[in-house]
Design a protein around this ligand. Structure first.
Ligand SMILES: Cc1ncc(COP(=O)(O)O)c(C=O)c1O
Length: 358
């Protein structure tokens, strides 16, 4: 570093940059299946709330998101003081790291998992402890419990896991939580909760109730279709929720986002109906891929994972040529969002052609 440039924190060196999914317009591909977004356009009622809210964006938003917090507390049957909002659940995840871990501390998570975990851990100055997924691409909770030390401050459990879509079920998760010391925060990242159909996958909100070291992360970005508005939230006992209020960027959640989130909660039946359609599409995509001969891990999210190893880049290129942008993880595999029927059809055709070597 030059003597004349400002001194920056050494921890930032070598930080991996967050790679957003490529947009659909890249090289003329028509559909974006690279960011696990909701393909449906905003509901008219939600649009109306946002449009009305836009009339006052000369004003700061409500700092505490109080109306939204009240609605969420009611919806989940928790005290409002246990709800903390943020700029997407990734914003809340970063606040959780800031609130718990610094230099010399350890943050445990499975790998591969959500790519923000290493970034926010390193920004916080803490050390990542990555525990490989099992051969079935599932969290190895036993191995994760085995690496807890006195330095462990935070553990992320991504359920379903991004990018594999795999889940951990009630008995194994409870066994894990029973093993983790009470002074270590366990974050159940449930960004894709609404897409789960496996009854054995527990709702984190139920697990949090009598476990003060469990925090549940949820988002409006996926099932509720508000990815561009940036609003997510945590449900946690008060010392943790209060710490999240301290680490929040003041006025981070816009008035538009707050109003859209409230309108979405009120339109939940309709939005969850759309989720139901995507779950049907998911089954269609998984069944078709398996019929083509691919190995597809059981997914409970709005995406599928193909472990392609060295063929990853070539597969992603082939999909893009065919008209769909997917998310490659070089040398490992691809994650493909379940999107519009037309997009899924194009993807399935491209996957079949690739498999046959055409
Ligand atoms: C597991 C997981 N957690 C959190 C997020 C963050 O979503 P947002 O910040 O839009 O709420 C994502 C987004 O892809 C995710 O996959």
């Amino acid at each position: 570093m030059s003597e004349t440039s400002p001194r920056l924190r050494a921890e930032l060196e070598g930080i991996p940059t967050y790679k957003p999914g490529k947009p659909a317009t890249a090289d003329g591909a028509a559909y974006k299946l690279s960011s696990n977004e909701n393909p449906y356009p905003p509901l008219p009622g939600v649009m109306e709330s946002v449009t009305a809210a836009a009339c006052s964006f000369n004003r700061y938003p409500d700092l505490g998101c109080s109306a939204l917090v009240e609605e969420l507390a009611e919806r989940f049957g928790v005290p409002p003081s246990h709800v903390a909002t943020g700029t997407g659940s990734v914003g809340v995840a970063q606040q959780l790291v800031q609130a718990t871990a610094g230099a010399g501390d350890e943050v445990i998570y499975a790998w591969r998992s959500f790519e923000a975990y290493p970034i926010i851990t390193q920004i916080g100055g803490a050390t990542s402890v990555r525990v490989p997924l099992t051969t079935g691409d599932v969290h190895d909770l036993e191995a994760m419990a085995n690496v807890v030390t006195d330095r462990t401050q935070l553990i992320f459990v991504c359920n379903p896991n991004n990018p594999t879509g795999t889940v951990v079920r009630r008995a194994e998760l409870e066994r894990f939580l029973d093993r983790v010391p009470r002074n270590v925060l366990v974050v159940l990242d449930e960004a894709y909760r609404e897409f789960i159909r496996d009854p054995e996958v527990p709702d984190g909100v139920e697990l949090y109730r009598d476990r003060p070291n469990v925090c549940v992360l949820r988002t409006f970005s996926k099932a509720y279709g508000l990815a561009g508005l940036r609003v997510g939230f945590a449900i946690a006992h008060e010392p943790v929720a209060a710490a999240l209020r301290k680490t929040a960027v003041p006025f981070g959640v816009s008035h538009l986002a707050q109003e859209a989130a409230i309108a979405s909660l009120r339109a939940e039946d309709e939005l969850l109906g759309r989720v139901g359609s995507l779950v049907c599409e998911r089954k269609r995509v998984v069944d078709a891929l398996r019929a083509q001969g691919w190995t597809v891990p059981e997914t409970q999210a709005n995406f599928v994972w193909l472990r392609l190893g060295e063929r990853t880049a070539a597969f992603a290129d082939a999909c893009e040529q065919a008209g769909v942008v997917i998310r490659p993880f070089p040398g490992e595999g691809v994650r493909v969002t379940v999107g519009e029927t037309e997009a899924n059809d194009i993807f399935l055709k491209a996957a079949e052609a690739f498999r046959r070597g055409i």
